[in-house]
Design a protein around this ligand. Structure first.
Ligand code: HEC
Ligand code: HEC
Length: 387
C-alpha cells in the first residue's frame, strides 16, 4: 500500500511537470519552432503519455505505415496527407479497395487541442481515436488489432523501438502503446502563426489586407461567426469545441428521423460500433452528435471545426458538400440553408439566422479566412515569389 501511494505521488509529480510545462519545454518535432505556436495555447500533454523525441518518431513511422491495412495500401497519411495540410482534398474519404466513407477527413493539424475527436466527438482523446480507423471496414479495413500487433511484435525495427520507448515487447506490447505513439506524433502537428495572429496578438496592422480587416469586422460583428469559432484574449483556436446544427446534410434525412433514430438506437444497444455505423451508412452519418449522446436535440449537430488553415482544407463541412469558402459564406448568409428558399431544419442552432450580408461582404469574409493560414503552410502568391 505504501509503495502504491509512493508510486501515485511520483506519477502525480510527473503529471504536474508535464501538464504545467511551458510550450518550449514540450518536445516538438524538429522542424517546428516556437514561432509556429504563435497565437496558440501551450500544447496539452496528458500525464500518462509524455512526449519524447523517440516516441514522436515512432508515431510518425506508424502514421505512415501502409502495412496496417487489409490490402497494404492504406496508412493514416492517405487521408491526412501533409501535402494537403493533412487532409485528402476529397469530399468524403476513400479507404482500402476504393471504398468510400460518409465523411470529410478533417485536418489533423492542431487536433492536439480538440476536447473531443471526430465530427461527432465520439472519442475523447487522440489515443482512443487512433485505434478506430485501423479496424473500420471502409478505412484500413482490418478485422481486429491483432494484425497490427503481429507486425509491431515481429518487425525488428519496431521491436527495438517499442522496447526502448515503452520498455515492452511480446504480449505486453499492446495496441494502446501503438495508439500512444501515434497520438504523441499528432501532438507535434501544430500550426499557428498566421497573418491574423500577427495582426491581432502582435499589433502588426499591415499583416492583413484591407479586405481581410473588413472581413474580420464582419466575423466578430454582423456575421456572428465568433460565437462558435472563438477567439481568446491571448490565443485562438477558432472553435468552441461544441456541437451545433448549422443545416448541413440534415435535409437528406429530415423525413426519416423517427424511424432512423429508433433503428440507430436499437443497433447501438445490440453493441454495434458507432464508429462503423456512422462511417458506413450515409443516413446514420447525418445524425451527428445524437449518435453519441442519444439526445434528440443534437440531431444533425457537428463539432465546430477550427478555421486555422481552412484555405487549404477544402472541400468543407462534415460531408464535404461545400466546395469553396464562398459557398460556405452563402450558406451562412442564407441562414443555414445551402440554396436560398430551401426549408430550414427543425434542429437548427439558434445562432444561425440570415445575415443580410452583401456579395462583396461575403468576399471579405472569404479573404479573412485566408488570413488564418499558418506561415509554415503559406503558398507564396506569384507576386511574392517574384520578389
Ligand atoms: C480512409 C481515410 C482515413 C484514414 C485511413 C484515416 N483517417 Fe482519420 N479521419 C478520416 C475521416 C473521414 C475522419 C472524420 C470521421 C468522423 O468524424 O466521423 C477522420 C478523423 C480523424 C481525426 C479527428 C479529427 C478531428 O478534428 O476530430 C483524427 C485525429 C484522425 N482522423 C487521425 C487518424 C489516424 C491517426 C489514422 C491512422 C491510424 C487515420 N486518421 C486514418 C479519414 C481517415
Ligand atoms: C452556431 C455556431 C456557428 C456559427 C455562428 C458559425 N459557425 Fe462555422 N461552423 C460551425 C459548425 C458546427 C461547422 C461544421 C458543420 C457541419 O459540418 O455540419 C462549421 C463549419 C464552418 C466552416 C467549414 C470548415 C471545415 O473545415 O469544413 C467554415 C469555413 C466556417 N464554419 C466559417 C464560419 C463563418 C465565416 C461564420 C460566420 C459567418 C461561421 N462559421 C459561423 C459552427 C458555427
Amino acid at each position: 500500500m505504501r509503495f502504491l501511494l509512493l508510486t501515485l505521488a511520483l506519477s502525480a509529480l510527473f503529471a504536474y511537470q508535464q501538464v504545467g510545462a511551458e510550450p518550449d519545454a514540450v518536445y516538438l518535432s524538429s522542424d517546428s519552432d516556437e514561432n509556429n505556436l504563435f497565437g496558440l495555447p501551450p500544447v496539452p500533454i496528458p500525464a500518462n503519455n509524455p512526449q519524447t523525441p523517440a516516441k514522436i518518431a515512432l508515431g510518425d513511422k506508424l502514421f505512415h505505415d501502409k502495412r496496417f491495412s487489409v490490402d497494404g495500401t492504406v496508412s493514416c497519411a492517405n487521408c491526412h496527407n501533409e501535402k494537403l495540410a493533412f487532409t485528402d482534398g476529397l469530399p468524403v474519404s476513400v479507404g482500402h479497395h476504393g471504398l468510400t466513407g460518409t465523411r470529410n477527413a478533417p485536418t489533423v493539424l492542431n487536433v492536439a487541442y480538440n476536447p473531443s475527436q471526430f465530427w461527432d466527438g465520439r472519442e475523447p482523446d487522440l489515443e482512443g481515436q487512433a485505434k478506430q480507423p485501423l479496424i473500420n471496414p471502409v478505412e484500413h479495413g482490418l478485422t481486429d488489432h491483432k494484425q497490427v500487433l503481429e507486425i509491431v511484435r515481429t518487425d525488428p525495427d519496431y521491436l527495438a523501438t517499442f522496447q526502448s520507448v515503452f520498455e515492452v515487447s511480446g504480449k505486453r506490447l499492446s495496441i494502446d502503446h501503438v495508439a500512444q505513439a501515434i497520438a504523441s506524433f499528432e501532438r507535434t502537428l501544430v500550426a499557428g502563426n498566421s497573418p491574423f495572429d500577427r495582426y491581432y496578438f502582435k499589433d502588426q496592422s499591415n499583416a492583413l489586407t484591407e479586405a481581410q480587416i473588413r472581413g474580420f469586422g464582419l466575423f466578430v460583428g454582423q456575421g456572428r461567426c465568433i460565437s462558435c469559432h472563438t477567439i481568446e484574449q491571448d490565443h485562438s483556436l477558432f472553435t468552441d469545441g461544441r456541437f451545433h446544427n448549422i443545416g448541413i446534410g440534415i435535409n437528406r434525412i429530415q423525413q426519416d428521423i423517427p424511424a432512423l433514430t429508433q433503428a440507430f438506437l436499437e443497433a447501438k444497444n445490440k453493441a454495434r460500433e458507432v464508429d462503423v455505423m456512422v462511417l458506413t451508412d450515409k443516413k446514420s452519418s447525418e445524425l451527428g452528435r445524437f449518435a453519441v449522446t442519444d439526445d434528440l436535440s443534437q440531431i444533425g449537430a457537428f463539432k465546430t471545426p477550427t478555421l486555422r488553415n481552412v484555405e487549404l482544407t477544402g472541400p468543407y463541412m462534415h460531408d464535404g458538400s461545400l466546395k469553396t469558402l464562398k459557398e460556405v459564406m452563402v450558406h451562412y448568409n442564407n441562414g443555414g440553408v445551402t440554396n436560398a428558399g430551401e426549408p430550414v431544419n427543425d434542429f437548427l442552432s439558434g445562432g444561425i439566422r440570415p445575415l443580410n450580408l452583401t456579395d462583396p461582404q461575403l468576399d471579405d469574409l472569404v479573404d479573412f479566412m485566408k488570413a488564418l493560414t499558418s506561415s509554415k503552410f503559406a503558398v507564396p502568391t506569384p507576386t511574392q515569389a517574384a520578389n
